[in-house]
Design a protein around this ligand. Structure first.
Ligand code: HEC
Ligand code: HEC
Length: 324
């Protein structure tokens, strides 16, 4: 073969590789950073100053109180143990109350993380990672991970321990329902979370998991910590994920060896069953990119290094569908 022809083929291959890498990037459906959907968001309305209520709650809060960074609404104090001050109030100026984003019961939302039921050792180790630069988002547009990092940097060891023990004492229970489907409600992203657009229009799901509140108003406006999420996933994804997670594929190792036979966690290794699929995919992608790294994370390298975005999607669909 003439040498010039060989070079032509070679440069073609290199370019193709480059283009596909650039086109991939962090999956917007998991990071909540789909740029096209920001434009579709409904226009901002005038601030609502009325007092809100929820079924079976004695609480009465305005929107401003519900979203107060240093004293967010606690709708159901009977649902959880007494909160340490750092969880209920944080500490001005940097430490926002954990309960604002992760909720007082630690259920969390797709754009942040479920933090209840995590091993105390693991929890403390993550706070150290955020503090020491071993845990950032592979998608620099994901601003709330930046907030999480500045919170961790400002916390004392005692505050971290109190939060870890508090959330660690609450059992992780079902919160997300996985529904396989061909179509999903058309949606837009609001601060990293997918919300359905008005008008009930549908679109093809494609190669995405769309995680959205069961009741958008209850979640986005009221931050109701009893109102969970639906994760729409492509048809067949749960089954494909099961094959990967059980290690019967050769592409990855069996997750249960470390995460426990039911994937509910084992010693210092966190549980994966019933957790947010968007969150799980972000973590595995961050590990692949090396923005989440260091101690302990090294153990995950062989598990994630050979996985494609579709594999991550299928694994997350399966893990989330498991009963915690
Ligand atoms: C502004 C919202 C916000 C607040 C307030 C917040 N977090 Fe977070 N937290 C996040 C986000 C976002 C992530 C990670 C998301 C990602 O990387 O995908 C996270 C992740 C975590 C994790 C990792 C969970 C895991 O499974 O590895 C822990 C632990 C955590 N937060 C603890 C806390 C504590 C303790 C507080 C209060 C002192 C707090 N957070 C306050 C947004 C928040
Ligand atoms: C050799 C042990 C080991 C195996 C096998 C393993 N993991 Fe892990 N995994 C860990 C450890 C340890 C951590 C905590 C890492 C850290 O501290 O950053 C972890 C963390 C995770 C996290 C982040 C959890 C969170 O709350 O942020 C995900 C997601 C995960 N693993 C998925 C998987 C999947 C999926 C598999 C199988 C394909 C798997 N792991 C196999 C040890 C393992």
């Amino acid at each position: 073969m003439p040498i010039r022809f060989c070079l032509f083929i070679l440069s073609g291959l290199l370019l193709a590789g480059r283009f596909s890498a650039a086109a991939d990037g962090p999956p917007a459906w998991a990071y909540g950073t789909a740029p096209e959907s920001a434009a579709a968001a409904p226009p901002h309305e005038a601030p609502d100053l009325s007092v809100k209520h929820l079924v079976d709650s004695q609480g009465a809060f305005t929107n401003a109180q519900i979203g107060d960074r240093f004293n967010p609404a606690d709708w159901y104090p009977g649902d959880h143990p007494a909160m340490p001050d750092v969880v209920s109030h944080g500490r001005k100026p940097e430490i926002w109350a954990c309960g604002l984003c992760h909720y007082p019961n630690g259920k969390g939302r797709p754009e942040n993380a479920g933090v209840s039921g995590l091993p105390v050792f693991y929890f403390i180790e993550q706070m150290r990672k955020f503090r020491d630069g071993e845990r950032t988002s592979a998608d620099t547009r994901k601003k709330n991970t930046g907030v999480m990092i500045s919170i961790a940097k400002a916390m004392t060891d005692d505050e971290i321990k109190a939060a870890a023990e508090y959330y660690g004492s609450i059992k992780w229970t079902p919160w997300i329902k996985v529904v396989e489907t061909k179509t999903v409600p058309k949606s837009y992203t609001s601060v990293g979370m997918y919300l359905p657009l008005k008008g009930n229009e549908k679109e093809a799901i494609g190669e995405r998991i769309i995680e959205t509140p069961v009741d958008a108003e209850a979640t986005e406006v009221l931050r109701n910590p009893r109102s969970g999420f639906i994760a729409y996933a492509p048809i067949g994804s749960v089954k494909k994920g099961e094959v990967l997670v059980t290690g019967n594929h050769g592409k990855t190792v069996a997750c249960g060896v470390c995460h426990g036979p039911d994937l509910k966690g084992l010693g210092p290794v966190p549980g994966l069953a019933g957790r947010s699929p968007s969150y799980l995919v972000r973590q595995m992608y961050d590990m692949q990119q090396g923005t989440r790294r260091g101690n302990w994370t090294e153990l995950m390298k062989p598990a994630v290094s050979g996985l494609t975005e579709t594999d991550l999607l299928n694994i997350a669909a399966y893990l989330s569908s498991r009963n915690p």
